[in-house]
Design a protein around this ligand. Structure first.
Ligand code: GRF
Length: 200
């Protein structure tokens, strides 16, 4: 059993409801991990506000600040290493993590996707597009997936999934809300299991 608390970085782009769910779960379940960094491609968003309110270091980092993707990746790695991050959690991060970072953190980056992968994943499958596609396909169930991140969108090893029903009157927005609610328990549960594997 490791003595030090596992140091987590949360990457996010928007509301940060999964970030909040994880933050509270770490406390409530008394897990041996803490969120020490919130990195976002948006300087102002609710997720960054939540981090600031809770004394978590925030970093605003976007490709646009750099001349090349290599420089962007190097800056991202520097932030992560400066904070001695063990695990990166993508919680609504709407950008691709640079390949250099994925390689440096092999099997140590996890993401949540609002559908039952391997279906309804890949480039362009984000936000409301996912739920529209699920309804168009006539699925009777959807859900969420927590998976490891590799160089390909939504293709890393699946760690945990949870299902929700698709109901006859669902709109993409209604289905999105049902899936998001499910994410708020799935992500902390999957993280807990993942941490147990890392800390044993
Ligand atoms: C979630 O639906 C997640 O699956 C997807 O982006 C959304 C983020 O929501 N990757 P929030 O920022 O955690 O509220």
């Amino acid at each position: 059993m490791s003595i030090h608390k596992t140091r987590l970085a949360i990457f996010c782009s928007g509301t940060g409801s999964n970030f909040q769910a994880i933050f509270h779960a770490l406390k409530n379940k008394q897990l041996n991990a803490e969120i020490v960094l919130c990195l976002s491609n948006r300087a102002q968003c609710l997720a960054m506000d939540f981090a600031r309110l809770n004394g978590i270091e925030t970093v605003h980092l976007t490709e646009k600040q750099f001349d090349s993707l290599d420089d962007f990746a190097a800056a991202m790695l520097e932030c992560i290493r400066k904070q001695s991050i063990d695990i990166i959690v993508l919680a609504g991060y709407m950008r691709k993590v640079p390949d250099d970072v994925v390689a440096a953190f092999k099997d140590r980056i996890i993401n949540i996707h609002p559908a039952l992968l391997p279906k309804f994943g890949g480039e362009g499958m984000y936000g409301i597009h996912v739920h529209s596609a699920v309804l168009r396909a006539g699925e009777t169930e959807s859900g969420a997936t927590v998976h490891l991140v590799n160089e390909e969108y939504d293709k890393g090893k699946i760690l945990m999934q949870r299902k929700v029903a698709v109901l006859p009157d669902d709109t993409p927005e209604i289905l999105a809300a049902r899936v998001l609610e499910c994410e708020h328990t799935l992500f902390p549960d999957a993280l807990e299991k993942f941490l147990a594997g890392h800390q044993s």
